[in-house]
Every structure is written in structure tokens, then in C-alpha cells.
Design a binder for this molecule. Sequence first.
Ligand code: BGC
Length: 346
Amino acid sequence: MKKILALIVCAMLLLSCTAALAEKVGVSMPTKDLQRWNQDGANMEAMLTEAGYEVDLQFASNDVKTQLDQVENMIAEGADVLVISAIEGSSLGEALAMAKDEGIPVIAYDRLLMDSDGVSYYATFDNYMVGTVQGNFVKDALDLDNAEGPFNLEITAGDPGDNNARYFYQGAMDVLNPYIEAGKLVVISGQTAFDDVATPTWASEVAQNRAENILSSFYANGENVDAWLCSNDSTAQGVVAALDANYNGEWPIVTGQDCDIVSVKNMIAGKQSMSVFKDTRTLAAQVVKMVGQILNGEEVDVNDTETYNNNVITVPSFLCEPVFADINNYTELLIDSGYYTEDQLQ
Ligand code: BGC
């Protein structure tokens, strides 16, 4: 009996020692409101735990001050590495300076952390490529090189506080601008500059309100809008809601990004034409790998050391490849790969 007791005590001691030894990773995500961040958070937590790390996962309700407090807490509680997806890229300067002082490496997750030299690495999908995939989709769907046109286009971009948003916009506009300049694409609202088409916090309601205004001001007399370039799914959902409520013309081409469940359902229903699939499992696996490399003192995997300057430093980055998704390949991409079950898309 004594022996068994002694064995149990030893096992408990061993367990608590390993727990105490486990390195701590703080993961700060912007919000639970959008499906993608829930998935990113859950994947990161599962994969980091599986790799033997202690994980402190926090979501910041899209509130900049909350995120700052959460990251500062992670530092105070002894995080060994921080993985941060910022609500607003330039708002975490104080926390990043603290992390730097304490020698804690920081990985910017999906969104670049701006205006600070306290960022060690950046892992994301190729943001500019996301935009070119969207732009090329519009170009091909309207057959802009051959069709006579002109076609009407409207544009809805992302959050000005998110560094990604300008890359998505620019990638798409670099494809579409020549056709706008040639008069083959016409933006009747006249709103083409990023600041005119941006959607603060990527909120669907904001995108919907703006789209409703455009539809009632410029498309109320029977004009068709042929394509609506939307930078992501949450904005596309707002535009689709506005079209549902305020538009009687031919349904336009609508682009998106993320393959959110609601948007995939819209794709199946013919209301959104495409999305860009950014498999959050791929990004999470890459970041877990980078965390391991940092903590083991190994060389960290990066494939881009030039593109992402945050106004202070150029941050070594790993860019994963985004994948085009539409009605024809979503089953293979999303269901066969186990990303969603068939039931989730009913
Ligand atoms: C992400 C997109 C996402 C958007 C809104 C961006 O930073 O890269 O995938 O749709 O934020 O959450």
C-alpha cells in the first residue's frame, strides 16, 4: 500500500513538474464575432496543446483596449512566445515594447503588427494574391477582354485599421483598374478610392448600409450592377443582404474571402459567386511550427523577407497560399478535406 501511495505521489510530482516546465504561448485573437477567428483560435489552441505547450488563448471582442490589456497580462504571466492577430495593427505598441524588453518573441498572426520593432515574425496568407484572385475572377466572369461592355462595378473593401485590407484592395484593383480606365468597367457611384470603399471593423452591417445607400442612390432606375467586388465574406454578406432588400436587377457577381459557412451557403444559393479559401489549419500548423523553431533556437521558416514593412522594420514572413473556391470545387475543398461537414452547409 505504501509503495502504491509513493508511486502515486511520484507520478503527481512528475506531472506537476512537466506542467511547470511546459513553455507558455499566449494567443491573442481579435474577436469571436467572425467565424474565422473562432476557428483560428481553436486550431491554434489544439495544435499548441498537442505539441506540449501551455496555451493562454484570449479573444478581445474587437475592442482595442481589451486586446492591449490581454496581451500585457500574458506578458505578466510569463508567456514565452506571443502570437497576436491585432484588431488594429498599430494599437499594441506599448505591449510590444514590453515584450521586446522582456525578450519575448512575437509572431504577428494573419495581420501585421504595425509601427513597432517588437515583432519577430509574421505568418499569413499571401494577401495581395487574395486580391488578384478576386480581381481575376471578376475579369474572367465578365470576359472583360472580349465582351463589349461597359459593365457596372461597385467595390467594398475592408477595415482601414487592418494592414491586410489595403493588400486585398490593391491586388484586385491592379487587375481591374486598366478596365476602369478604358471605360469597360464603370463605377457609377464614383467610389473607388480605398478610403471611400473601406468597411471599418469589417462589419457586415456597415457594408450593408453603404451598399443600400449606393443601390438607392445610383441603381434605383433599372440599372444593373454587374459585379460587386467585396474583399471578404463578412462584407459580401452585408452586400448580399442589401441586394436582397434593395435591388431588382440581374444578380451581380459578388466576390468574397474566407469560406465562412454563411457565405458558402450563399454560394450554393447563387448569391455569392466565389470566395477565397484560407485553410486556418494550414496557417495554425505553420505558426505552431514557427513557435517550436523559436523555442528550440532553430532557424525559423520564412519565405518572404521583403514585402511586409510595418513602418519600422521589415518583418520576416511566411506566406501561405490562398485557394480559389466556388460552387464547383467547394465540396472537394471544404467537405472532403474535413473542414466542414455536409450538415453544416445545409
Ligand atoms: C483576414 C480576413 C478576414 C478579415 C476580417 C483579415 O485580416 O485576413 O481573412 O476576412 O480580416 O476578419
